[in-house]
Design a protein. Structure first.
Length: 403
């Protein structure tokens, strides 16, 4: 065990003396219903996934005492958020009518440069983005955004103290742009849960799930958070690796969306993804097997890319801007000018200068070291897995970023 994880070990030794918290979905829902003063938590589509998740948390995830408490806390928080969302929309029905102007959806695997792109676009005040405090706590409560920001700061600092590697791999903060993983967790989608925990049955069951309700709830949460920020209108910039799994449902919900598809050397993507997953899971479990994580995320990443390839080949009507990782490294400013032409937005001088300031200050991934070998992989195995997900042939559409 590294010195960085000593606080985590100490926390688990202390918590092991306490009775374990419940991970029974019915018991958790009854607790939430009592706290929220309702007969049951609203909705139904999330119940089978929650049952599958709780089953795997008990039988597969090998949670530590702290990991178990954190899992219980996340589930309780999400169910309470569902109750708050229903009350909020009942009190303010106009929220449901808020327009989401032609969303910009960033698609691509983990570790392909999506955070950098999102934070560059967040320099543009005409665009709207999700902050970490919003994705950790998707629905404002009685304390409004202030309470969410304070709670997010506490969560962020705690996780950083328990495993400092997380901040090196994915630098963030309560007010910084971040992905909508919490908006998907609201519906018990696997996006964030599969990073935190080893829950194979839950992930497998999701392949048979109707993802349309998840996309619709994502839109509802975007409207709620835009309202909470006091925005009069917004062009949302959305990014989450899990969107590659549900792009078809997203296009049903946002038929006028513009897509940005990121790509990077699969060997780098898989090794970096496995590194992040291992460090995330170490917060929750003492039984993390890097080789098993490597195999899992190789298969998961290749499957996501194949699914996205198939959809975009079928939906030639959807506008897509293809953006290789290397193009951003070579000439980020030139790429942003081309991207803004694709979006049909002028890249004004104040926005470009804000982007330059971000680029100068950015410290993303400094000190993050990884290799395929530490996860039991090599280049040949990665190439074989991605053989079925080769990029689509170069077309006028896929040349947009390369010109």
């Amino acid at each position: 065990m590294t010195a960085d994880l000593r606080l985590l070990a100490h926390a688990n030794r202390s918590l092991s003396r306490l009775p374990p918290v419940s991970l029974d979905p019915q018991e958790i829902e009854r607790f939430v219903a009592r706290r929220e003063g309702v007969a049951q938590v609203p909705g139904s589509h999330w119940r089978p996934p929650l049952e599958a998740l709780c089953h795997d948390l008990e039988d597969k995830a090998a949670l530590t005492p702290l990991g178990r408490i954190m899992a219980n806390g996340q589930i309780v928080g999400l169910l309470r958020a569902r109750c708050r969302a229903e009350r909020l929309l009942a009190r303010h029905p106009a929220i449901a009518e808020r327009r989401l102007e032609r969303p910009i959806i960033i698609l691509g695997p983990m570790r392909s440069g999506s955070t950098r792109l999102q934070r560059l676009l967040a320099c543009d005040r005409r665009l709207s983005f999700t902050r970490l405090f919003e994705t950790l706590f998707p629905v404002p409560g009685r304390g409004g955004n202030g309470a969410r920001i304070a709670a997010s700061a506490a969560v962020h600092s705690t996780l950083r103290a328990l495993n400092p590697a997380i901040q090196r791999i994915h630098p963030s903060g309560p007010l910084r742009p971040d992905e909508e993983f919490g908006f998907l967790s609201f519906a018990f989608h696997s996006g964030q849960f599969a990073v935190q925990w080893d829950v194979p049955g839950f992930v497998a069951a999701e392949r048979r799930r109707d993802l349309s309700p998840i996309a619709r709830e994502l839109a509802a949460l975007l409207r709620i958070n835009g309202w909470a920020r006091g925005e009069t209108a917004s062009v949302p910039v959305l990014k989450c690796p899990a969107y590659s799994d549900m792009a078809e449902a997203l296009l049903e919900t946002f038929p006028d969306a513009r897509l940005i598809r990121l790509s990077r050397d699969p060997a780098k993507v898989v090794a970096s993804s496995a590194s992040l997953v291992v460090e995330q899971r170490r917060i929750h479990s003492d039984a993390v097997d890097p080789h098993a994580v490597g195999a899992e995320w190789l298969a998961r990443t290749a499957e996501r890319e194949a699914r996205l390839d198939e959809l975009l080949e079928r939906r030639r009507d959807v506008p897509v801007f293809d953006l290789p990782y290397g193009a951003m490294n070579a000439d980020w400013s030139g790429v942003m000018h081309r991207l803004y032409r694709f979006l049909r937005l002028p890249l004004d001088p104040p926005t470009l200068e804000a982007m330059r300031r971000y680029q100068r200050k950015a410290k993303a991934h400094r000190g993050h070291r990884y290799s395929l070998e530490e996860f039991g992989l090599d280049e040949d195995r990665v190439s074989a897995a991605f053989l079925q997900s080769d990029p689509a042939p170069v077309t006028a559409r896929s040349m947009i970023a390369a010109k």
